[in-house]
Design a protein around this ligand. Sequence first.
Ligand code: ZN
Length: 172
Amino acid sequence: MTESCCCPPEAGNAVCDLPAQDFQRPTRAVNTCPECGRTGKPVQSQTVSAIVSVSLRVVRDVKYLFCGTHTCSVVYFSADGEQTFTVEQVREPVYQKEPDAQDVFICYCFRHTVGELRAASPEARSVLVDDINTGINAQQCACDLRNPQGSCCLGNVRGMIKKLEKPAFATT
Ligand SMILES: [Zn+2]
């Protein structure tokens, strides 16, 4: 069974990491981060507007992408590479940029932190995942407005749990 995104639009399913059945991400060479050169993930415009800490006068009606590179300070950039928003220009710490910070949120909608997940027992971790799933099913999430990546956190949560519980087999 493959994991696919079954989240509602509020969970940002259009820009989710998990494969969706009927969503084809357009491939364009221009979608690379002007700072680190890696390809970004498309985000909806309301995500950029919700997350940046600067005047929304500078947010343009263009396509923006999210840079998830750990070592790169750019959070969002315009598809043409002309404009960037860095970690200094967003409202709160971004998980992908500080994956080892205890107090950074890994689940922004239901406010679970990296430290919380790390300190939890395997049983408590699965309760936490269930809580997130329950919230998503109850349509209480707003990943497009709360999570800097603009989509559901479950991929990150599952990935981190996998790493925590199978360190000997962890691959990057
Ligand atoms: Zn980058």
